[in-house]
Ligand binder design. Structure first.
Ligand code: PHE
Length: 334
């Protein structure tokens, strides 16, 4: 009887298969309810007393061997199946990734261009007080030029408002830093204007200011030339005399973009020209309001509209598209 057991043990030891059915029938044959092992257990009573101990051990060995074998072979099948289905030459699952907003893309480009020539980045709050947005910029209370920018006030408090331009950051920086100084500051600005294809009540500007000894209008012109060449690859410009309370003299700068596409016609209203910034020499009153010696120092400042530039570069005919968050629009800037 022991011999029979030993034969079974060596059979199991040598058993090998990759066939699922074969492995299952091995299991049924040995470990099934009416299988060999149960049969051998019931034979136990017929085993001579002196062999009972050895028989018992061997039968347990057989049982363990058979169930280990079964588990291992099953695992083997699973593994080999896995390696067949994993085809590493297949293309991966597409992972949808986001993208930067076109306004951010253009802002980053503008910041890069000015960083190259030594402008540092400085930011200020969007909720401003009257002093930084108006009064220090040479716009005293009741100055008619305050009407140039229709203002959102916060909770009827005439002192707290949403900044109407990034020029407020000029004041904050000038108050805290002695010249020479050279900064740009991008950010959102707010005006209570009717929304149309060219204007929106929230938009983005980049302010630039340079204050040092002997800064002149020629420096300003040269900087704007450098900027438009780097940004657009063209620099046919028009400086129109203008008025800002915080600069004297002041100018508005138009770029000649051309009329190659229908969008060019729409954005430039059929002229080929588009105003892209206001600029001028910092008014001495502004320097004095910030405790800077206006006899010793002069400076220039400019304020660029980011949407306008993005509209030209990406050929976007309507400013409202920037703020609708339509995924079909945004996906084009990946
Ligand atoms: N703050 C002006 C505007 O928003 C632009 C400007 C900035 C003009 C700096 C001159 C100098 O229209």
């Amino acid at each position: 009887m022991i011999k029979k057991l030993e034969d079974h043990i060596s059979y199991i030891k040598n058993f090998d298969s990759k066939d699922k059915d074969e492995i299952e029938s091995m299991k049924i044959k040995f470990l099934g309810r009416k299988g060999l092992i149960n049969e051998l257990f019931s034979d136990f009573k017929n085993v001579p007393a002196d062999q009972k101990k050895e028989y018992g051990q061997k039968i347990n060995d057989l049982k363990n061997l058979a169930s280990d074998k079964y588990e291992n072979l099953k695992l083997g099948i699973k593994k080999s199946r896995k390696s067949i289905t994993e085809d590493y030459t297949k293309p991966g699952f597409p992972i949808s990734s986001g993208s930067l907003h076109p306004i951010t893309l253009i802002k980053n480009r503008i910041v890069d261009i000015f960083s190259k020539v030594g402008f540092e980045l400085s930011e200020g709050p969007e909720i401003e007080d009257d002093w930084h947005n108006f009064t220090a910029l040479n716009l005293p209370q009741d100055h008619p030029a305050r009407d140039m920018q229709d203002t959102f006030f916060i909770q009827q408090d005439p002192d707290i408002l949403l900044r109407t331009h990034t020029s407020s950051v000029q004041v904050r920086y000038l108050e805290d830093n002695p010249p020479p100084l050279k900064i740009i500051s991008p950010g959102r600005v707010y005006r209570n204007e009717a929304i149309s294809s060219r204007s929106h009540c929230m938009f983005h500007q980049i302010e630039g200011i340079y204050v040092d000894e002997k800064v002149s209008f020629a420096d300003l012109k040269q900087m704007i030339l450098y900027f438009t060449k780097s940004m657009f690859g063209k620099s046919k410009l028009r400086f129109r005399p203008s008025f800002f309370p915080f600069t004297e003299p002041s100018a508005e700068v138009d770029i000649y973009w051309g009329l190659e596409t229908e969008t060019d016609y729409r954005i430039t209203k059929g002229t080929g020209w588009l105003e892209i910034m206001g600029c001028g020499m910092v008014d001495p009153n502004v320097l004095q309001n910030c405790n800077i010696d206006s006899e010793k120092y002069t400076g220039y400042a400019f304020g660029l509209g980011i949407e306008r530039i993005a509209m030209l570069i990406y050929q976007i005919p309507d400013i409202r598209l920037f703020f609708e968050n339509d995924i079909r629009f945004l996906n084009q800037f990946k």
